[in-house]
Design a protein. Sequence first.
Length: 65
Amino acid sequence: MANRPQNQPWDTLIDENLKKVFVEDANADLPPHLMELLDRLDKIPVANGAGQVAGMPSHSQEEAE
């Protein structure tokens, strides 16, 4: 562990080091198997709150008549 400057409180040092770790982790590439899973999930149709599939035209009973 790096030496702590005498005028820097422990909580500040911990905060700075945690931020460094999270920034490094956020900028890291995802493994290929997770990228493939995300691609597959993006292709699955998702129903909205009204039970309709997003991106699909709605067909109401009135339109059918």
